[in-house]
Design a protein around this ligand. Sequence first.
Ligand code: DX5
Ligand code: ZN
Length: 222
Amino acid sequence: MTESKVRIGPSILSADFLRLGEQIAEAEAAGVDFVHVDVMDGRFVPNISIGLPVLEAVRRATKLPVDVHLMIVEPERYAERFAAAGADFVTVHVEVCGHLHRTLQGIAAAGAVPSVTLNPATPLTTIEEVLPLVRQVLVMSVNPGFGGQTFIPSALDRIARLREMIDARNPTCLLEVDGGVKAGNIRRVVDAGADTIVAGSAIYSPDASVKRSVAALRGALS
Ligand code: DX5
Ligand code: ZN
């Protein structure tokens, strides 16, 4: 993957929610490619974050693609509503999708890009059958639920194996990685086969401006 083609998006989970519009504008000005919205229900993951009203506000705040990551049980109950509320991508977890094929079809029919993700302990084979149906697979490189966690090293091998599966079965499918990606490891993540990177605490950090943080991630790839 050529560095210039790598897509980078901030997870707004680490943003200052009191200044969410500004924080999205700062990321946009810094040249990010999409905005990642983490929806947590306190059941699938041990944390509660944000939902449809905030997504609607994010939708009004940016023209960039909005990438919604649903960390909720029974995602089929809400996936199409998130698409209707302005999500360009809707990602569901294979671990909580009894009818994954139907749910992904519903997302596409609602006008969003169907995307699937798996936790670090979930075998890649669980998404093999739906690979032709999705336009993005998200590899979790932390256990979902919180920003600011440490990248799990075994994710690199999973990214490499998924890259082979995607190249063989659906070569235009995006391979996104989420969790613990920083300037210090983004190169390895991309070299393993990722083309789309989510970064939360690395972009919305108290130590540097959003502009500098995005530049540091890009710089690590050049
Ligand atoms: C974790 C979320 C991630 C998280 C990324 O459950 O899905 O999107 O916010 O944050 P960092 O980059 O800080 O790990
Ligand atoms: Zn996420």
